[in-house]
Design a protein around this ligand. Structure first.
Ligand SMILES: Nc1nc2c(c(=O)[nH]1)N[C@H]1C(S)=C(S)[C@@H](COP(=O)(O)O)O[C@H]1N2
Ligand SMILES: [Mo]
Length: 302
């Protein structure tokens, strides 16, 4: 189903490292001149000005069960993953379904840098500078039909390259989903890189979802399929343990996981002593997303 790249575009074109570095340089220059105005360090209206984690942190402590349960398994085993060519199938309630070469699917869409907080349901967190395109732009490109109410995302399940798939650790393929208004929200990203570099394999190369106001498990990695549907889709963790992992999975310090508190989180890499920070409702993105849930009881629709 995959086609060879024939567009002449490579990852350097969709992940503009040079632009990122130039802006970084500019920001640092501005930062030196305007040290009293830290808000200027943000790269856009959606980015946090909190210090990003190091690439080392981001690529050495991961959840990617296709490569094993341990946090170090993805870094140890994802190196062999083949990510080119890569096709994404788009199906269901869309005007232009099909198997799209990834480069064609993204061609011409604005690649943005977004520094987001990222909060795992296991109560650890990081700050990650993603590069990617808004999911809404891709959905507009394929033409969402009026009957579509949800989107399902399917990750790659390739036993020859993924020891956790071969071992049957979960009900593969990994699947996640969003309601249509969540999918169309400008914060929702299809990320293709980190720190201006192509997405590291262990973080979900070559393209993964990032939904920063929800627990990390919603942000499915290494996507091979996007399905528009009229009903709430099957999602992997919710199907496995519905009482522990809701479909919505909005970050919420007021609703504990049955086995641990969600009131605070461990910020990875924050040093020997620092590291415990209060969890914010919607992971701090409430001013942008709380309206999506104003008719809902978030303790019930967890
Ligand atoms: N396909 C797939 N996607 C996945 C996972 C996974 O195991 N498989 N783990 C999820 C969980 S629980 C988290 S916290 C994040 C981790 O992303 P990171 O390793 O880039 O920080 O990926 C999410 N997406
Ligand atoms: Mo997670």
């Amino acid at each position: 189903m995959a086609q060879r790249y024939n567009s002449g575009l490579g990852w350097a074109d969709v992940t503009p490292k040079a632009g990122w570095l130039n802006r970084r340089h500019l920001m640092m220059t501005m930062g030196a001149a305007l040290a009293a105005s830290p808000a200027l360090a943000a790269t856009g209206p959606y980015s946090t000005d909190e210090a990003p984690n190091s690439l080392e942190d981001i690529t050495s402590y991961n959840n990617f069960y296709e490569f094993g349960f341990d946090k170090t398994d993805p870094a140890a085993h994802a190196g062999k993953l083949t990510t080119s060519p890569w096709a994404v199938e788009v199906d269901g309630l869309v005007d232009r379904p099909g198997s799209y070469d990834l480069v064609d699917l993204l061609k011409g869409l604005p690649v943005e840098e977004r520094i987001y907080r990222f909060r795992c349901v296991e109560a650890w967190s990081m700050v990650i500078p993603w590069n990617g395109v808004q999911l809404s732009h891709v959905l507009d490109r394929v033409g969402v039909q009026p009957g579509a109410k949800f989107v399902q995302f399917t990750s790659l399940a390739r036993p020859e390259e993924m020891p956790g798939v071969k071992a049957g650790l979960l009900d593969w393929p990994y699947r996640e989903g969003l309601r249509m208004d969540e999918a169309m929200h400008p914060l929702t990203l299809l990320a293709t890189g980190i720190y201006g570099e192509p997405m590291p394999n262990q973080n979900g190369a070559p393209i993964r979802l990032v939904v920063p106001w929800k627990y990390g498990f919603k942000s499915a990695k290494s996507l091979v399929k996007i399905t528009l549907t009229d009903r709430m889709p099957y999602t992997t963790w919710n199907a496995l343990q519905p009482k522990e992992y809701g479909f919505y999975a909005n970050v919420n310090p007021e609703v504990d996981h049955p086995r641990w508190s969600q009131a605070s989180e461990r910020r990875i890499g924050a040093g020997l002593f620092a590291s415990r920070v209060d969890t914010q409702k919607f992971n701090g993105y409430g001013d942008l997303v709380a309206d999506l849930y104003k008719e809902q009881d978030l303790a019930r629709d967890y």
